[in-house]
Design a binder for this molecule. Structure first.
Ligand code: SRM
Ligand code: SF4
Length: 578
C-alpha cells in the first residue's frame, strides 16, 4: 500500500486527475494504488475476480483485474434508451449482467482496463454520468420512486435532481480523462469540496411520506417532505444516519438519522450545503473509520451540530415536524398512478439483471422497453418501475414476463418481494462471505417456513450482506444476516419494516446452514402469539424484553447478554426508535 494517507492522495491529485490519463494511455491491466483511489471519484472501483484468485496465485500469475463502473441515477429516474445503452454494454464491455443498486444506481461489473474509457464514454453519451458515484463526495441522491402522479412527487424528485447537480465536483478532470476534454490549467478551488473533498462518503435521500422506500433514517441526511394540499411546503432534515461498522469494534456502529430542523421549501439547497460543509470542516480526517457524519454528531452532540449549521444559513431555526411513515416496500405489480394511467413494479431478485436459470430478466426487460417504451425508475430495493402505461399494456407486460419465465409478484411471499442481498463475491473486494449468490437458495428455505406457518402475506424485512459495511441496509431490517467469514454470519433481529428502528445482535456467529433453524423459533412464536393484524416488527416491539433499539454502546452486545445487563442495570434502557 502507498505510504501516503488518503487525505494526502486527494490533496495531491490536482483536482482528481492523478496520473489516470497517463496510465490509461500506456495500456496495461490495472492502475497504481493511488490512481485506483482517485478513480473512485470518477465512479469506478478497481477489482479482481475473486473466484480466480487462488488458482492464479498458484500459477504465479497476476490477479484477474477488472472494474466495476457505477452510474448515478438521481431519484432512480431513467429513460428507456439509457437503460438499453447499459443493456448493450453488459455484453459488449461487461460480464453480461446489469446490477441495480440500493441507491437507485446501476453497476456494470467485469469491465476490463482496455474497455473502461469506452464504458464511461458510452454512459455519458446516453446522458448519464459516473462522476461522483463513489469517493469522498456526495453520492447518488435518492428519492421516493413510487410513480404516483402528483405535484408533491415532482417536487421530491426535483429536489433530488437539484441536490445532485449542486454537489458535482467542479474540477474538469472527469471531462479531460474520459471525454477527451481540453486540459484546464487555471482551475479555481472547488467551492464546496476544496482540494481535500469530504472526510468520507456522504449520502442524501428525499422521502415523500408515507413512503419510506429510500430508508430515510439511514442517510447521512434524510429529507422528509411535508405536504399541504397538493404542494410540498417544507422539509424536515434528519441527520447522522449511516450503517457501516466493523464486527466487534464498539466505536463503529450503525446509527439512525435524528431530526435536526424544519426548512421552508425554497431553503432546502442552502440547508443541504450548510450541512455538507459542516461535515467537510469538522468531520474527522485522521481516522476513516470515524469519519462519517454520524460520528461527528455522536461526539459533538446534535445541538452543537445544529448551531454550526445555523451559522451558515440566512433563515431562522424552526423545529422539526413529524410525519408517519409506512413501510420500506416497493409497490410491486399493477397500480394506478392517479392520472388514469398505470405503473408496474417489476421484481428483480437482488437487482441482478441477467438471463439465468431459465429466468430471462434481461430479455424480458428489453422486450418490455422495446414494445411499450415506458418511463422507468429504479427503486431503492433494486427493482424497476415501468410507468405512464395505458390499460392495454397489462396484457403485453404479463405475456412478456411469462414467456421469459419471470415469476409475477403475486406468486411470491411478501417477505421475498422486499428481501435483498448485497453484491459480495466474486467482485466485492471487501466481502467476507457470500451474499447475492446464496440468497435465492436461502430465501427459498425461509419462504417454505413462512408458508408452513401461514406467514406468506406478512411484511417481514430480511436483508443479507457479505460483510459488516451494510450496503443492503441489514441493521434496520426485521432480520439481518451479516457475513463474518466464509460460510459464517452474524444474525440481527428487531429492526422494522418501517425502517425506523435498529436491530440488535441475536447471534454473533452462525454457520450458513444453521441460519434457517436459528430464525425459525422466532417466526413460530410470532405466528402463534401475535395479535390480530400485528406485524413482525410490532410484535417484536410489544413482546421482547430487549425490544428497544440498541444504542451505540449496546450494538455489539448479543441480545441475551443485553437483557442480562439491562436487568442488572449495567446498561441504559433506550427509547424505542431513537
Ligand atoms: Fe456499499 C463499499 C456495493 C450501497 C456502505 N459498497 C462498497 C463497495 C464499493 C466495496 C469496496 O469499497 O470495495 C461495494 C462494491 C461491490 C461490488 O462488487 O459491486 C459496495 N454499496 C454497494 C451496492 C452496489 C450494494 C447493493 O447491493 O446494491 C450499493 C451501491 C449504491 C450506489 O449506487 O451508490 C451500496 N453501501 C451502500 C449502502 C446503502 C445506502 O447507501 O443506502 C451502505 C450503507 C449506508 C452507509 O453508507 O452507511 C453502504 N459500502 C458501504 C461501506 C461502509 C461505509 C461506512 O461508513 O463504514 C463501504 C466500505 C467503505 O466505504 O469503506 C462500502
Ligand atoms: Fe461488499 Fe460488504 Fe457492501 Fe456486501 S456489504 S457489497 S460484501 S462492502
Amino acid at each position: 500500500m502507498s505510504n501516503k494517507s488518503i487525505e494526502e492522495i486527494k490533496i495531491q491529485s490536482q483536482g482528481l486527475r492523478g496520473t489516470i490519463a497517463e496510465e490509461l494511455a500506456s495500456g496495461g491491466t490495472h492502475f497504481s494504488e493511488e490512481n485506483a483511489l482517485v478513480l473512485k471519484f470518477h465512479g469506478s472501483y478497481q477489482q479482481d475476480d475473486r473466484d480466480r484468485r487462488a488458482e492464479l496465485k498458484k500459477e504465479g500469475k497476476d490477479k484477474a483485474w477488472q472494474f466495476m463502473v457505477r452510474t448515478k441515477v438521481a431519484g432512480g429516474e431513467l429513460r428507456a434508451e439509457q437503460y438499453l445503452a447499459h443493456d448493450r454494454m453488459a455484453d459488449e464491455l461487461g460480464n453480461g449482467s446489469i446490477r441495480l443498486t440500493t441507491r437507485q444506481g446501476i453497476q456494470m461489473h467485469g469491465v476490463l482496463f482496455g474497455s473502461l474509457k469506452e464504458c464511461i464514454q458510452r454512459i455519458n453519451a446516453c446522458g448519464l454520468t459516473t462522476k461522483g458515484a463513489c469517493g469522498d463526495i456526495v453520492r447518488n441522491t435518492m428519492a421516493t420512486a413510487v410513480p404516483i402522479t402528483s405535484r408533491a412527487m415532482e417536487q421530491v424528485q426535483g429536489l433530488a435532481a437539484a441536490i445532485s447537480e449542486r454537489f458535482f465536483a467542479k474540477s474538469n478532470s472527469y471531462t479531460e480523462i474520459w471525454l477527451d476534454g481540453e486540459r484546464v490549467t487555471d482551475e479555481l478551488p472547488d467551492p464546496i469540496y476544496g482540494d481535500a473533498y469530504l472526510p468520507r462518503k456522504f449520502k442524501i435521500g428525499v422521502a415523500l411520506p408515507p413512503f419510506n422506500d429510500i430508508d430515510v433514517f439511514t442517510q447521512d441526511t434524510g429529507i422528509v417532505a411535508h405536504v399541504e394540499g397538493e404542494e410540498v411546503v417544507g422539509w424536515t432534515f434528519l441527520v447522522g444516519g449511516g450503517l457501516g461498522m466493523t464486527h466487534g469494534q464498539t466505536q463503529t456502529h450503525p446509527q439512525l438519522g435524528k431530526p435536526l430542523m424544519y426548512v421552508a421549501y425554497e431553503d432546502a439547497l442552502d440547508a443541504m450545503t450548510a450541512i455538507v460543509t459542516v461535515q467537510r470542516d469538522f468531520g474527522r480526517r485522521d481516522d476513516r473509520k470515524q469519519a462519517r457524519m454520524k460520528y461527528l454528531i455522536r461526539d459533538k452532540g446534535l445541538d452543537w451540530f445544529r448551531e454550526r449549521v445555523l451559522e451558515r444559513v440566512s433563515f431562522k431555526y424552526q423545529p422539526p415536524r413529524t410525519e408517519r411513515f409506512g413501510t420500506v416496500e416497493d409497490r410491486l405489480g399493477w397500480n394506478e398512478q392517479g392520472n388514469g394511467r398505470f405503473f408496474y413494479g417489476m421484481w428483480v431478485p437482488e437487482g441482478r439483471i441477467r438471463d439465468w436459470n431459465g429466468k430471462k430478466y434481461r430479455t424480458a426487460i428489453r422486450e418490455i422497453i422495446e414494445e411499450i417504451q415506458p418511463r422507468m425508475r429504479i427503486t431503492p430495493n433494486c427493482n424497476l418501475y415501468f410507468y405512464e402505461l395505458e390499460e392495454n399494456a397489462k396484457g403485453k407486460v404479463e405475456a412478456i414476463l411469462r414467456r421469459n419465465g419471470i415469476p409475477l409478484p403475486e406468486e411470491l411471499t411478501r417477505a421475498r418481494k422486499v428481501a435483498h442481498a448485497c453484491v459480495a463475491l466474486p467482485t466485492c473486494g471487501l466481502a467476507l462471505a457470500e451474499s447475492e449468490r446464496v440468497f435465492t437458495g436461502l430465501m427459498e428455505k425461509i419462504d417454505a417456513v413462512l408458508r408452513e406457518l401461514g406467514l406468506e402475506k406478512e411484511p417481514i424485512l430480511i436483508r443479507m450482506s457479505g460483510c459488516p459495511n451494510g450496503c443492503p441496509r441489514p441493521y434496520n431490517a426485521d432480520i439481518g444476516f451479516v457475513g463474518r467469514a466464509p460460510g459464517k454470519y452474524a444474525v440481527y433481529m428487531g429492526g422494522s419494516i418501517h425502517g425506523d428502528r435498529l436491530a440488535g445482535l441475536l447471534e454473533k456467529t452462525v454457520n450458513f446452514e444453521q441460519i434457517v433453524e436459528t430464525i425459525r423459533p422466532y417466526l413460530e412464536r410470532f405466528a402463534k402469539e401475535r395479535k390480530d393484524g400485528e406485524s413482525f416488527s410490532e410484535f417484536y416491539r410489544r413482546t421482547w424484553e430487549v425490544g428497544e433499539s440498541p444504542s451505540s454502546e449496546q450494538f455489539h452486545v448479543e441480545l441475551e447478554e443485553r437483557k442480562r445487563r439491562l436487568e442488572e442495570k449495567k446498561l441504559r434502557a433506550e427509547p424505542v426508535g431513537e
